[in-house]
Design a protein around this ligand. Structure first.
Ligand code: CMP
Length: 138
């Protein structure tokens, strides 16, 4: 069993489709074992996305991620990190596979509906960033 950190992004909460995203996650067999709706501050978003701080899109990424609430969640399942990345589809929805969350709902490479950890090591850091042990259902 493995865990990954998922964020349902502001473009989804603003359009009231976080339930539809959750349905796709659950239909794909991943279990939501922790979940909360939060509004990120700029400093929280900057810290979360620290690996992108030198990228040209960093400021717009932080602005977008703080523009509306996000749903942060812990997903569990066999090979959860890689499986969720497959369910999400490519970062750019224009090239994401048919049937993926991003192909179905994302508006652009920025407003791309979901984030998922890119490795088990990132998942550990990202889950710890948002959740304490007591908030995760064993
Ligand atoms: P996410 O998985 O949340 O990680 C960083 C985010 O930066 C990414 O999804 C995209 O939404 C956003 N982003 C904006 N422009 C780019 C880009 N050119 N390449 C990668 N990510 C980008």
């Amino acid at each position: 069993m493995e865990r990954t950190l998922s964020i349902i992004k502001p473009d989804a909460t603003a359009r009231n489709i976080s339930g539809k995203v959750n349905a796709m996650i659950e239909e794909a067999g991943l279990k939501i074992i922790a979940q909360k709706l939060i509004r990120l501050t700029a400093s929280q978003a900057e810290e979360f996305y620290q690996e992108h701080k030198d990228k040209a899109f960093f400021t717009s990424l932080v602005d977008f991620m703080t523009s509306a609430p996000v749903v942060v969640q812990v997903l569990e399942g066999e090979d959860a990190v890689a499986r969720y990345r497959k369910i999400m589809g490519a970062t750019n929805p224009a090239v994401a596979e048919e049937g993926t969350i991003r192909r179905t709902f994302a508006l652009s490479i920025d407003k791309n509906t979901v984030h998922g950890s890119d490795s088990p090591e990132s998942a550990k850091r990202e889950i710890g960033f948002f959740f304490s042990k007591i908030e995760i259902c064993e």
